[in-house]
Design a protein around this ligand. Structure first.
Ligand code: ZN
Length: 321
């Protein structure tokens, strides 16, 4: 299992196993596509591996995990209205957790993409997280720690999944069957810090277009081109999830402009050139106001305000900044 850009996390996981200090619950958090689930699988492999130098990748347990057929690594299925985890699903896990493992000395439950896990489900899970049977390990993945109740967090080891380097992203894309040209374009267009996102870019023309529009809007704001700002925003009036992604990417652009202004080169957006252009035009307080305007529009969309209204209000703020 090749994992990019997380050497310190891998070392931390291996050390926990070597020292016999494995937690009973662990959260992997970071943005979509950053490799949270891959890292969780690496953790499971390290825990269940029977060799000295875990994870060896060749013992029976490692092989079964790599093939996705280990009976003691149990992916919990999403359920409920928002595709989080329903209280019933969690109760089922709590009942099943008492039963001894099949093949190994641990039973690992993987709750992936927990972003929509509700408070009732977490409360139901609390006792198992606080006092699990000796053989139980609970793994969670989410975009943000803030998804979880403080009482849950206090019982979990927490691992922030790190972005990779553009060279690593390119290498990963090649190993997934991309041509060198495709890999190069994907890294250039996405910033090359998130392998899952770059892979999606290679097959999702709507995402390619959204990224282009995000860069164009950043430039238009820098140039105070009112017509262009309103024209780009008007293209996002139909599709809610696409608009949400657009706003997320726009926020990263504006944050990058703030970062560049304060002399940081740690960027997270897709288009450095337009962020640099904007950084030259902004004062620090204006940069913050731009971020706040995008945040407000995102919150309005989450609260089911009409897309048109949310974007009209955002357009007004972007013209005023
Ligand atoms: Zn092994």
């Amino acid at each position: 299992m090749k994992i990019y850009g997380n050497d310190k996390n891998l070392e931390f996981i291996r050390k926990m196993k070597q020292n016999g200090h494995l937690p009973h619950a662990c959260l992997f958090y970071g943005e979509h596509g950053s490799g949270r689930k891959t890292l969780a699988n690496y953790f499971a492999m390290t825990v269940l591996c029977t060799e000295q130098n875990a994870p060896c990748g060749v013992c029976r347990n490692c092989q079964k995990i790599l093939r996705g057929v280990h009976p003691d690594l149990i992916p919990v299925e999403h359920s409920g209205k928002k595709q989080g985890f329903s209280v019933d699903t969690v109760r089922e896990v709590c009942r099943d957790a008492i039963v001894a493992p099949n093949d190994s000395d641990r039973k690992i439950y993987l709750f992936s993409d927990c972003d929509a896990i509700g408070i009732p489900a977490q409360n139901t899970l609390l006792k198992l997280t606080e006092e699990p049977p000796e053989h139980v390990l609970l793994l969670f993945t989410a975009v943000s720690k803030s998804t979880f109740l403080e009482t849950m967090l206090s019982r979990m080891a927490q691992i922030a999944v790190c972005p990779c380097k553009p060279e690593e992203c390119r290498e990963a894309l090649l190993s997934h069957g991309c041509t060198p040209e495709e890999a190069q374009s994907a890294v250039q267009s996405t910033g090359g810090r998130n392998i899952g996102f770059a892979l999606r870019w290679t097959e999702d023309t709507a995402l390619q277009e959204t990224i282009r529009q995000t860069a164009a809007l950043t430039s238009a704001v820098a140039q105070r081109n009112q017509y262009e700002i309103l024209r780009i925003l008007s293209e996002f009036e139909k599709d809610r999830s696409r608009t949400e992604e657009f706003l997320h990417l726009l926020m990263l652009q504006f944050r990058d402009a703030c970062a560049l202004r304060s002399g940081s080169s740690f960027l997270t957006g897709c288009d450095r050139r337009s962020a640099e252009l904007l950084a030259q035009m902004l004062t620090a307080s204006r940069a913050v106001r731009l971020c706040e305007a995008v945040q407000k529009a995102s919150e309005a969309l989450h609260a089911n305000v009409s897309i048109k209204l949310a974007l009209a209000s955002l357009g007004g703020s972007l013209l005023l900044y």
